[in-house]
Write a protein that binds this ligand. Structure first.
Ligand code: MCN
Ligand code: CUM
Length: 784
């Protein structure tokens, strides 16, 4: 793929400024809460103070007496319409509003519809709900005990165990363990966290009684899939449903699931004939929307005394809360956790995961992680360091020794994935040189002698993104492909519509660059649209860093279809045989005769004004791209931390990130993705965690307790790259949107443990809060 495109084209490899930024910088973005429709009503939600309780009575009379309150919707009302429950993407079902029982704190109990937002808010305080508390089960290990309170009596199986899932070869793994010299074992807990995007969730549902059409402006990462599911659940014909995702203020995985508020707002609009707006406030978003992680992992790694890794065995308890509402591909209840063998060549591996219900909001949603890859990467990267520590080897040496060698790709992993391409040693070497690894180790030894705590941590992760090949990946049966439709207008400007949905990733820019590169038309003349199911081609949406691998590929293929047709028109214009033309420097030219050439602008005009008799008028194409495989981006991260012995605070002094996402469309946007991703990877390593008391009360219900990183905590990230193209992607690209969030936490964790390893510390779970670290320093007598 050429990266030499002239800057007038702005194709592959150019740092084209983001087309979307002028409107954002001027405050002219169009978010769901900016939508105002005539006669619009407002909805607010009554939420449960209990984690587990029977509802004995709901009295709405006081609320209904408030002027401006039009209705109070309860589970009983929805039940009458068959809508008290809805399907989740994981083949579970979830209460929209409860008929008789709540199963987590902050659960939606009833909705108020009013003429003003503030009236609705006042009215929810006047809805009187009587509860009869039940014992909740909060600890997932206790939830698995025989006498545990049952979270979901509605389910056939009368236990809190949701599913058991495994991958890899258990017998082969056991055999490899028997033959190994050494086995290291470690339990890890990856806490519950929340995406906390700037924009909360919400919608404006607008049912047009005359047209019989429901339009929903909605903060969703996957508008088409939502349309299909809405149609199947409500019975409204799919052509009478229009989902519009306008600008989205961050998704990060939290806007993939369907939340009860969306459904209730739609029902309210259907019943009132008015548009109904529902926008969560900050605490509702933080307390009730789906959560990520919450994996209790037990890992064992077998190796030889020289550091050669042989096999990995992992058991995990996955806390999914009260509903299994994770947004994984259907065949993967534990997401892509089985990519856990990482960048290393292992003889065998076996992974088992058990999903369990507890009285908490749904878990299992991804947080900038391609379905459980963060958990997998954290496990293997910590285990490699645990092994190095046990064998007293340098963790960089252990990695170099065990990397899948560059010549072994495509590589079949012990759990069955086929990695497309990679060059792990090159990335690690580059990171080590950039940060002066040898120099740092020397400095660390000197500091240790003086009693100072400095640590160096490495993470050499492999990601798996771009779902998917449709033979393996589907969501509720809908195959995971993606799409692009391109129309070239007579004057050579273009509209491209894509099946994925940006939440801030810059698709309006990068997808225009793909078209520019393929057609040789300047990027500023190309408009990219998405997020309106009435106009965009069907696609599965943006998550799992799949946009570039799937819809990006579709965009290139659709453009190439246009180029095939353009060749015939060019031949007509040049009075040559199509086979005698070559595509050179963004033009068709007669082979060997650079003077005789024609560009896409002239061809486009001819497609409407002067086309050959055997060619249809117009210049457009559509492609639905089903990728042959996932893409496997990777990276080598090195983090240096200093720990303050007086406060326990972990300070990231330096962080070098070498990423490889194959060929890059826009290096500036990729840098931005990595900077943001690193910050979101640092957050759970140092600050973020959601916990509950034994009654199921969430202990971080506001940003006073749930600590997001600010510029103060964020170091100056140092980024670099290697380029190993994907062999199966039309322009050699891999996804990158989540790499840094996946790769960063173990680099920080390994650095923290490294800083404390000489004290005998072998593991600390994230987050490394000052009080947690200070307790460890006190325990080892080094606190100041
Ligand atoms: N890109 C590129 N060259 C490559 C790969 C990607 O120029 N080789 C560009 C893409 O064209 C796109 C961006 O980088 O503009 C990210 O691309 P990709 O890796 O394909 O990921 P997606 O577009 O599918 O984005 C999803 C990913 C996910 S899953 C989460 S979560 C996340 C992330 O993106 N959420 C985000 N980054 C985010 N960034 C913002 N601002 N907001 C979010 O909600
Ligand atoms: Cu993995 S969070 Mo993203 O897939 O939207």
């Amino acid at each position: 793929m050429s990266t030499t495109g002239t800057s007038t084209i702005g194709g592959m490899g150019h740092r084209v400024k983001r087309k979307e930024d002028p409107r954002f910088l001027r405050g002219k973005g169009n978010y769901v809460d900016d939508i105002k429709l005539p006669g619009m009503l407002y909805m607010d939600i009554v939420r449960s103070p209990y984690a587990h309780a029977n509802i004995t009575k709901i009295d709405a009379s006081k609320a209904l007496a408030i002027p401006g309150v039009l209705a109070v919707v309860t589970g009983k009302d929805l039940d009458a319409a068959g809508l008290a429950w809805m399907p989740t993407l994981m083949s579970d079902k979830q209460m929209v509003l409860p008929v008789d029982r709540v199963v987590y704190q902050a659960q939606e109990v009833a909705a108020v519809i009013a003429t003003e937002r503030y009236i609705a808010a006042d009215a929810i305080a006047q809805v009187e709900v009587e509860y009869d508390p039940l014992p909740p089960v909060i600890d997932p290990f206790k939830a698995m005990e025989a006498d545990a309170p049952l979270v979901r009596p509605d389910r056939e199986q009368k236990t809190n165990h949701i599913w058991h899932w495994e991958a890899g070869d258990a017998a082969k793994t056991d055999e490899a363990f028997r033959q190994a010299d050494v086995v290291v074992k470690q339990d890890l807990y990856i806490p519950r966290i929340h995406v906390a995007s700037i924009e909360t969730c919400g919608c404006v549902a607008s049912f047009d009684r005359v047209a019989g059409k429901l339009t929903v402006y909605m903060t969703t990462q996957a508008p088409h899939a939502i349309r299909t599911v809405f149609s199947l659940v409500t019975g409204i014909p799919e052509h009478k449903i229009r989902i519009i995702s306008p600008d989205i203020g961050g998704g990060f995985g939290g806007k993939v699931p369907v939340y009860p508020g969306y459904v209730v707002a739609c029902v309210a609009s259907l019943q009132t004939g008015h548009p109904v707006k529902w926008i969560e406030d900050r605490s509702e978003n933080l307390q009730a929307d789906s959560f990520a992680r919450d994996y209790h992992i037990s890992a064992e790694l077998a190796a030889n005394n020289d550091g050669t890794m042989k096999a990995l065995r992992v058991k995990t308890l996955a806390d999914h809360g009260a509903f299994d509402a994770a947004a994984n591909p259907s065949k993967f209840p534990a997401g892509l956790f089985s990519v856990i063998t990482g960048s290393y060549g292992l003889e065998a591996a076996h992974v088992a995961v058990d999903g369990v219900y507890t009285n908490k909001p749904s878990g299992g949603v991804a947080y900038r992680c391609s379905f459980r890859v963060t958990e997998a990467v954290h496990t293997i990267e910590r285990m490699v360091d645990t092994l190095a520590q046990q064998l007293k080897m340098d963790p960089a040496d252990v990695r170099m020794k065990n990397f899948i060698p560059p010549e072994a790709f495509p590589y079949k992993s012990a759990t069955g994935w086929e990695y497309d391409s990679g060059n792990y040693p090159a990335a690690l070497r580059k990171a080590m040189e950039k940060i002066d690894y040898a120099g740092l180790r020397k400095e660390q030894a000197e500091k240790r002698a003086k009693g100072e705590l400095m640590g160096i941590g490495i993470s050499t992760f492999t990601e798996i993104v771009g779902a998917g090949p449709s033979h393996t990946f589907d969501i509720l049966g809908i195959k995971m492909f993606d799409s692009c439709e391109i129309r070239v207008h007579p004057t050579g400007s273009v509209i491209a519509r894509i099946g994925v949905q940006s939440q801030g990733q810059g698709h309006e820019t990068t997808f225009a660059q793909i078209v520019a590169e393929e057609l040789g038309l300047p990027v500023e003349n190309i408009t990219v649209e998405h997020g309106d199911t009435d106009t965009a081609p069907y696609g599965l949406g943006t998550y799992a860093s799949r946009s570039t691998p799937t819809a990006g590929a579709a965009t290139a293929v659709a453009a190439r279809k246009i180029r095939d047709k353009a060749r015939k028109i060019a031949a007509h214009l040049l009075e040559a045989n199509p086979d005698d033309l070559e595509w050179q420097d963004y033009k068709f030219q007669v082979k060997g005769t650079p003077g005789r050439s024609v560009g896409m602008k002239e061809i486009a005009f001819a497609a409407y004004t002067n086309f050959p008799s055997d060619v249809e008028a117009g210049l457009e194409a559509v492609d639905y791209y089903d990728p042959p495989n996932m893409t496997f981006p990777f990276g080598a991260y090195i983090c240096v931390v200093d720990i303050d012995r007086g406060t326990g605070q972990v300070k990231i002094r330096r962080f070098v990130a070498v990423d490889d996402c194959g060929n890059i469309i826009n290096p500036m946007i990729v840098d931005g993705q990595i900077h943001g991703g690193l910050t979101m990877g640092m957050a759970p390593a140092l600050l973020e965690a959601i916990t509950y008391d034994e009654n199921g009360n969430m202990q971080q219900g506001t940003f006073m307790e749930y600590l997001l990183p600010t510029a103060m905590e964020t170091p100056a990230w140092e980024t670099d790259k290697t380029v190993t193209p994907s062999p199966h992607h039309p322009f050699g690209a891999k996804g990158v949107g989540e790499s840094a969030t996946v790769g960063a936490p173990p680099a920080i964790a390994n650095a923290v443990v490294d800083a404390l390893s000489h004290l005998g510390v072998t593991h600390v779970d994230i987050p490394f809060t000052p009080w947690k670290i200070y307790a460890i320093l006190e325990e080892h007598g080094v606190a100041e």
